[in-house]
Write a protein that binds this ligand. Structure first.
Ligand code: C2E
Ligand code: MG
Ligand code: MG
Length: 615
C-alpha cells in the first residue's frame, strides 16, 4: 500500500517538469503568443498548485509513516539508504547521519543476514511483491531488536530498481511470546525444559532424521526415577522435596554435553534425549554416570543428609516407530530397572512391554478385587516351643480370584507398585484386629501379628490409621505385633525408623520379619528396640544340614536372648528342626509341622492351644 502510494507520488513529480518558455514572436503571431502565454501562466499556476499538492502529499506520507509507528525505507540494491521516513533513526536510538553512512546490512544480526540475501535474490529473479521477513536489528544501545518487515520492489522510470521496506519493532511481542514459550515448555521447580518440550524435541529430531539421508548417529532416551523420593517428599514436605529435585537437576545437567536435552518428566522423573550417538555403549555409560552422580553424595534436606539412588531405563530409536514409542520404551525399561531393585540401569527390550502391560492389567484387576471384597485372610498359629501352646496368629492375605486362592507372592508386588497396598493393608489390619478382638472376648489370650510393607509404613497418616483401628476394634495395643522386613530399614532409614518409633509409642509390638538375610544390623535392632525377630525359613530349612547355617541360627537365637528380644523360627517342617530349635533355646516357632495357615474357623477349632498338642 505504502509502496504504491510512494511510487505514484514520485511518478507525478517526474511528469510535471516545466517545458521551456517560447521566444516572443512578431505581432502577427501576437494573438497566438498571448494565448500561449496565458496557457503558460495557467500551466505555471497549475504547476505550483500541483507542486504544493506534492509537498502536501509528501508531508502526508511522512505523517502517515510517523503515525503508523512503522519505519519506511527505500533501499538501494546494495543496502544503501535512499529514503527514510522521519523518526526512523531515532526509533533505534541513532542519529540520522549514522544510519545514512553505512549500508543497513551492518545493522542486521549476522545470523539473519543470509535471509536478507535470499530476499534480494528473490527480487532479482522475479518481480516479487510483499515478501515478509523477521530480522534482528542492532539498536544504538547495542541490544538486538526483533523486527518484522514487508519488502516490495520499488520501480521508478529512469531510476534503478529499489526496495521499499516497511518495518515494525516487534520486540515486546517477541518477549511476550518467549515468556509464554518459557512457561509452556519449562518446569518451574528445576528450571529445566519440561515434558511437553522434550516430547516436541524428540518428535522434531526423529522427523529430521527421517528426512536427512546422512543421519547415521543413533538417538536414545534415558529415563531416570529417584528411588524413595516420594517418602522424602511426604516426610520432609514439598518445599524441601522441590529443593532436592533442584539439586538433582543440577547434578544431572553437569554430566551432560550439548548433544543431550535434559527435561523434568514429572514428579521425581527426569528424561534425557541424546542425539547423534556414535555407539550405543556411550549412552549406557552415560546412564550409569547419571546414576552415580545421584547416588555418590547425600542431598541436603534441611539439616539432614539424605542418600538417594536412581532407577534408570535406556531406549534406542531403532526399537521404536516414533518418538512417543521411544519415550515409552525408556519408561518401560526404567520400570523394569526399579523392579530389579533400587539403583539399577536397564536397556529396553521388546519383551518388557508385554510384562508391563500384564502388570498394569493386574493392578487394575486388584483395584476391582478390593472393591468387590475378593481378599480374605488366613491365620497361621505361632506356638510357644516350650509349652506347645498357640499364643498368637499371623494374618496372611489371599486373593480369591475367580475361585482360585492366590498367595501374596502373586499380587503383593503389583499392589505395592500401584499404591493399592495402603488401602488393602488397612483392610487387612481392620479385618484381623476385629477377628482377634472377638476371640479375646471369649477369654482366649491370643496375640496377633500383621505384616506391613514399606509403602504402608511411609504412607501419610499411617500411625493414625493404626491408632484408629485399635480404638474401633477394641484390641489392646500390646496384643498387636507389626512385622516389617529388614529392607524397611534400608529403603529410607531415618523416616522408617521415626515412623516405627511412633508406632511403638502407641504400645504395639514390633517384629523384624525374615531376619538374617543380611540387612538389619544389630545397631538397628537396638535403635528400634524391636520386640521380636523372626528367623528366615531358609535358615530353618538347612538346620542340621549346613554347619554355617546352623551356627548362624544359634548365634541369632543367642543374640535375641541377650537383647531380650523374642525369637520366632519360621518354616519348621521337620521334627528334627523343631528339636534342634528347642535345644538352641528358641522361644517360638511357626511352620507347616506346627500348623499351616488356615481360615478363621480353623483357628477357632484350636481354642485352648490344641495346635501344639502333637508336638
Ligand atoms: P511371612 O510374613 O514370612 O509369612 C510367612 C510365610 O511363610 C507365609 O507365606 C506362610 O504360608 C509361609 N510358611 C509358613 N510356614 C511354612 C513352612 O513350614 N514352610 C514353608 N515353605 N512356608 C511356610 P505366604 O502366606 O505366601 O506369605 C508370604 C509373604 O507375603 C509373607 O511372608 C509376608 O511377607 C507377605 N504377606 C503375607 N500377608 C501379608 C499381608 O497381609 N500384608 C503384607 N504387607 N504382606 C503380607
Ligand atoms: Mg510375616
Ligand atoms: Mg517371615
Amino acid at each position: 500500500m505504502g509502496s504504491v502510494f510512494l511510487a505514484t507520488v514520485v511518478l507525478t513529480v517526474a511528469a510535471l517538469r516545466l517545458p521551456d518558455v517560447a521566444p516572443v514572436m512578431p505581432l502577427a503571431a501576437g494573438t497566438a503568443v498571448l494565448v500561449l502565454l496565458l496557457r503558460v501562466v495557467g500551466m505555471l499556476e497549475e504547476n505550483s498548485t500541483l507542486a504544493r499538492m506534492v509537498r502536501n502529499r509528501e508531508g502526508h506520507f511522512n505523517e502517515l509513516a510517523r503515525n503508523s509507528g512503522d519505519v519506511i525505507l527505500v533501499l538501494d540494491r546494495d543496502g544503501g539508504v535512499h529514503y527514510m521516513s522521519p523518526g526512523t533513526a531515532e526509533a533505534f536510538g541513532y542519529r540520522l547521519d549514522d544510519v545514512l553512512a553505512a549500508p543497513v546490512t551492518t545493522l542486521i544480526h549476522p545470523e539473519d543476514l543470509a535471509r536478507t540475501k535470499a530476499v534480494t535474490k528473490l527480487f532479482t529473479e522475479r518481480a516479487s511483491q510483499g515478501v515478509h521477513l523477521r530480522l534482528r536489528v542492532r539498536a544504538a544501545d547495542g541490544t538486538w531488536r526483533h523486527t518484522s518487515s514487508t519488502i516490495s520492489l520499488y520501480e521508478q522510470p529512469g531510476e534503478p530498481d529499489r526496495l521499499l521496506v516497511t518495518t515494525s519493532d516487534i520486540s515486546a511481542q517477541v518477549a511476550l511470546q518467549d515468556e509464554v514459550q518459557h512457561l509452556t515448555f519449562h518446569d518451574g521447580v528445576t528450571g529445566l525444559p519440561n515434558r511437553a518440550y522434550l516430547e516436541e524435541r524428540a518428535s522434531d529430531v526423529l522427523a529430521h532424521r527421517a528426512m536427512s539421508e546422512d543421519a547415521t548417529g543413533d538417538v536414545a532416551v534415558i529415563f531416570l526415577d529417584l528411588d524413595g523420593f516420594t517418602a522424602v517428599n511426604d516426610s520432609a514436605g514439598h518445599v524441601r522435596g522441590d529443593h532436592m529435585l533442584g539439586q538433582a537437576a543440577r547434578r544431572l545437567r553437569g554430566e551432560l554435553g550439548t548433544d543431550a536435552t535434559l527435561a523434568r518428566w514429572g514428579g521425581d522423573e527426569f528424561a534425557v534425549l541424546v542425539e547423534d550417538v556414535p555407539e550405543a555403549q556411550r549412552v549406557v555409560d552415560l546412564a550409569e554416570r547419571l546414576g552415580r552422580v545421584i547416588a555418590s553424595e547425600p542431598f541436603q534436606v534441611a539439616d539432614r543428609d539424605i542418600l538417594l539412588t536412581a532407577s534408570i531405563g535406556v531406549a534406542f530409536v531403532d526399537a521404536a516407530t516414533d518418538s512417543g514409542e521411544l519415550l515409552r520404551n525408556a519408561d518401560v525399561a526404567m520400570t523394569r530397572a526399579k523392579e530389579r531393585g533400587a539403583g539399577n540401569v536397564e536397556v529396553y527390550a521388546a519383551h518388557m512391554h508385554d510384562m508391563v502391560v500384564s502388570r498394569l492389567e493386574l493392578q487394575i484387576r486388584l483395584r476391582q478385587a478390593l472393591a468387590n471384597s475378593e481378599f480374605f485372610l488366613e491365620y497361621q498359629p505361632v506356638v510357644d516351643l516350650g509349652t506347645s501352646q498357640v499364643n498368637a496368629v499371623e494374618a496372611l492375605v489371599r486373593w480369591d480370584r475367580d475361585g482360585e486362592a492366590l498367595g501374596p507372592a502373586e499380587f503383593l508386588g503389583a499392589a505395592e507398585e500401584s499404591g493399592l497396598i495402603v488401602p488393602l493393608g488397612e483392610w487387612i489390619l481392620r479385618e484381623a484386629c476385629e477377628k482377634v478382638a472377638v476371640w479375646r472376648v471369649s477369654d482366649w489370650d491370643i496375640g496377633l501379628s500383621v505384616n506391613l510393607s514399606v509403602k504402608q509404613v511411609l504412607s501419610p497418616r499411617f500411625v493414625e490409621t493404626i491408632e484408629g483401628v485399635l480404638a474401633e476394634t477394641g484390641l489392646p495395643a500390646e496384643v498387636l505385633t507389626l512385622e516389617v522386613d529388614e529392607e524397611v530399614l534400608l529403603d529410607d532409614e531415618d523416616d522408617a525408623v521415626a515412623r516405627l518409633g511412633e508406632l511403638r509409642e502407641l504400645g504395639v509390638r514390633l517384629a523384624i520379619d525374615d531376619y538374617g538375610m543380611g540387612y538389619a544390623s544389630l545397631a538397628h535392632l537396638r535403635e528400634l528396640s524391636v520386640d521380636a525377630i523372626k528367623i528366615d525359613p531358609s535358615f530353618i530349612a538347612d538346620l542340621g544340614r549346613d554347619d554355617t547355617v546352623t551356627l548362624l541360627t544359634h548365634t541369632i537365637i543367642q543374640l535375641g536372648r541377650d537383647l531380650g528380644v523374642q525369637v520366632v523360627a519360621e518354616g519348621i517342617e521337620r521334627p528334627e528342626q523343631l528339636e534342634q530349635l528347642r535345644v538352641m533355646g528358641c522361644d517360638h516357632g511357626q511352620g507347616f509341622l506346627v500348623a499351616r495357615p488356615m481360615a478363621a474357623s480353623g483357628v477357632e477349632a484350636l481354642v485352648g492351644g490344641e495346635a501344639g498338642a502333637h508336638l
